[in-house]
Design a protein around this ligand. Structure first.
Ligand code: ZN
Length: 517
């Protein structure tokens, strides 16, 4: 008996010794931590009636589908010009929008209609070296907390398939919202590094203002918005031509005339569009609510008529994200650092924000305001500088003011690990970003904006040469345009220089010569 017992014990002991042995054999020795890209809004398709003959992608919709659905708006707009019957036009417009997006709406508990499903993501390969990055997408409508739960499963699967115990994360735009919720739920013990790229960590004004009914189209903002997006076209000659065209249209008053028409529509139909489209569809989406900054949140809940009786479950989800995640961003990010995770924040600036809301003067990457993506920078309005007498708000022994005096980074939650890329369009990257991120990922220690000469806190985006150059001081518009043309010689910058020179000359003639005659 004793012999049998010791034999059994020996087997058990051997098994115990062997288990860690097996686990160790499963570990990957490559030394390269797998990278997971937590993608932006629209990364996971939202599908109506999947697998049936009526299957249709609700988001992002195919251009053909959208054109087909919106087609009736064109004759209705023609009729509107003649009849000025806004209500009739509204019927058509609202009907079309509801057909295109109505099924996206969530119920009173923040759950989807069962007919609407979303793509699921799982790691597809064990290859994780070199340039490979795992891609995590999600249903943008849903509560970021629910998407964080899915991300948790995804990261476990990546660790399992690769044989690594840790991952590193690059989160883009809404991906940062999901990541922040993840930190709140699970912490970061198995995450070495997180890069937040253009993320609405504290929200974005376009959501806050829309959900408060502050809808406005400003002509100058619209022109700047179109022009800011041009470098992303990548064909320099085309973007240069389009820039010249925009300026010519603007000078000829064409935008003004078009906006006059749009203004009539806004004045006459705003209330109906809110009551019949925005509130019943977009007002029910926790994903969109997660973009609402704190100063707009409670008033937004009121304006969007959330009903505590029928939407209690939804409201509870919204409040949890808002108060337990967004409002605790600093605590969560600093906590992650204290747990040994390197945190990097990258924000774009000097781009015209979506010109649909009253906050069109806020500097941004075109979508997310710099002050929210950077977690708290103090920013001058777009196109201008901090006042002459402005002094840095905090940490006066370290310089946190940008050379162009547009940004004071000292008010950021993590000023020493927040970078600003001038003229970076929302989540639009090139090889220069990739090289920068590689340097950040390669470091075991938390790097700061003072550690790398090549990557100072304020960097000018150079989309032509796919790199960054340090942000320069500003002087007169002509001199700035000339310097820009010298630093980044491109057709677009040449056209910009010519335009500034013409504007300056015309301005001079109107101010000095004509009055004298
Ligand atoms: Zn490996």
């Amino acid at each position: 008996m004793k012999k049998l017992l010791s034999a059994v014990l020996a087997v058990v002991m051997a098994a115990l010794v062997m288990v860690p042995g097996f686990a160790a054999a499963d570990r990957c020795p490559c030394g390269e931590t797998p990278t997971v890209y937590v993608a932006a809004l629209g990364s996971g398709s939202v599908i109506l009636d999947e697998g049936t003959e009526n299957e249709r992608t609700l988001f992002r919709p195919e251009t053909g589908d959208i054109l087909e659905i919106l087609l009736p708006v064109v004759p209705a707009a023609g009729e509107l010009i003649v009849t000025k019957d806004y209500d009739k036009f509204g019927d058509v417009l609202i009907g079309c929008v509801n057909e295109a997006f109505g099924m996206l709406a969530l119920d009173g508990n923040g759950n989807s209609d069962p007919r609407v499903t979303s793509e699921e993501f799982h790691p597809e390969t064990a290859d994780h070296g070199g340039e490979h990055s795992y891609y995590f997408g999600y249903d943008f409508r849903m509560d970021p907390v629910e998407n964080a739960e899915k991300l948790h499963t995804y990261l476990e699967e990546v660790e399992e398939i690769t044989g690594h115990e840790n991952v590193q994360i690059r989160a883009s735009s809404m991906g940062g919202v999901v990541m922040l919720a993840y930190i709140r739920l699970y912490g970061t013990s198995d995450i070495e590094t997180i890069i937040f790229q253009n993320c609405p960590l504290l929200g974005t004004a376009v959501a806050g203002e829309l959900f408060n009914g502050k809808f406005e189209i400003n002509k100058d903002a619209l022109v700047r918005y179109a022009e800011c997006a041009l470098p992303a076209i990548e064909i320099d000659f085309v973007s240069g031509l389009l820039y010249a065209l925009c300026e010519a249209f603007d000078a000829a008053g064409i935008f003004e005339a078009l906006l006059g028409m749009v203004d009539g529509i806004i004045v006459n139909l705003k209330d109906r569009v809110f009551d019949e489209c925005l509130i019943p569809i977009f007002g029910t989406l926790p994903g969109i609510w997660s973009f609402v900054p704190d100063e707009y949140y409670e008033s937004g809940k009121e304006f969007m008529k959330l009903d505590p009786a029928t939407q209690a479950g939804l409201i509870a989800k919204l409040d949890f994200y808002h108060y337990e995640v967004q409002c605790k961003a600093e605590e969560l990010l600093r906590g992650a650092q204290a747990d040994g995770t390197n945190i990097y924040i990258v924000a774009g600036y000097n781009m015209q924000r979506t010109p649909l809301v009253t906050a069109y003067m806020e500097t941004s990457d075109g979508t997310v305001d710099t002050k929210y993506a950077s977690c708290g920078a103090t920013c001058a309005p777009i196109g201008s500088q901090l006042p002459e007498d402005y002094t840095q708000a905090r940490f006066n022994d370290i310089d946190y003011i940008s050379p162009d005096r547009m940004i004071d980074a000292s008010t950021c939650m993590l000023p020493e690990c927040t970078w600003f890329v001038k003229d970076m369009l929302h989540s639009t990257t090139h090889d220069g970003h990739g090289e920068f991120y590689d340097v950040l990922f390669a470091s075991e220690e938390q790097l700061t904006v003072f550690d790398m000469e090549q990557y100072p806190q304020f960097m000018q985006n150079d989309t032509i040469n796919q790199t960054f150059v340090p942000v320069a001081e500003l002087s007169s518009p002509v001199e700035d345009a000339f310097n820009m043309m010298q630093t980044i010689p491109s057709f677009l910058n040449f056209v910009k220089l010519v335009t500034v020179v013409i504007e300056t000359v015309v301005d001079f003639i109107f101010k000095n010569i004509i009055p004298a005659i």
